[in-house]
Design a protein around this ligand. Structure first.
Ligand SMILES: [Mg+2]
Length: 205
């Protein structure tokens, strides 16, 4: 093994339902509005394979019948990068500092690269990663675009994906032909190649 690709949300940092309040805050709306914005961004992700701030705002305005400008996304990214940094699995730093000495580590995420980089920096774990690849630069997972960028000329047998989402992270890994480990922290799935605590990576890799 030479390279490890990590997903970010719910793999390295847990997504918390309280974050819907942050969506609400940038909208100056209710918790329900916040949840709706999250859903709309999910719809955009399925339609648009490369994120663009202007297009995303237009899509949100179209769906919500509103008139926001690009500040909506910039304000949201500020909150995400500064505040969404505390829900980190126990022992994550221990695991990453171990893996970082043996492999090249990457993050492949379906969100804006700059925002996710700042977020990892604020969580004090950016230092472990060689590159953060967002879907404003490469097509969203499960498209294989970002995977291929990270794999480069490395043999596919020497690359592994670590992620929490079967339809996104693991599908992309299967499609591109690399190994994978599913992070199933809540023990939801009956599949091989899964862990329920990130510390297990220290024994496996
Ligand atoms: Mg995830």
């Amino acid at each position: 093994m030479k390279k490890i690709i990590f997903d970010l949300d719910n793999t390295l940092i847990k997504f918390d339902d309280s974050y819907f309040l942050d969506y609400a805050k940038v909208l100056r709306g209710t918790y329900k509005d916040g949840k709706n914005l999250y859903k709309i961004i999910g719809e955009y992700e399925k339609l648009k394979k490369i994120y663009d701030k202007e297009e995303l705002v237009s899509f949100i305005n179209y769906k919500m019948n509103t008139n926001y400008n690009i500040d909506l996304i910039n304000n949201l990214n500020d909150i995400i990068s500064n505040n969404w940094i505390y829900k980190i699995p126990d022992n994550l730093d221990d695991v990453l500092s171990y893996l970082y000495k043996k492999y090249k580590l990457y993050v492949l995420t379906n969100w804006f690269t700059d925002c996710q980089e700042k977020r990892l920096e604020n969580a004090n774990i950016l230092k472990y990663f060689k590159e953060v690849v967002g879907n404003d630069k490469y097509l969203s997972k499960p498209s294989i675009d970002g995977y291929l960028h990270i794999i480069g000329d490395t043999n596919k047998k020497d690359v592994i994906m670590i992620g929490d989402n079967i339809d996104i992270d693991i599908k992309g890994a299967k499609d591109v032909g690399i190994n994978y480990i599913l992070c199933d922290y809540d023990n939801k799935y009956k599949v091989k190649n899964k862990i329920n605590n990130i510390i297990r990576l220290k024994e496996m890799l």
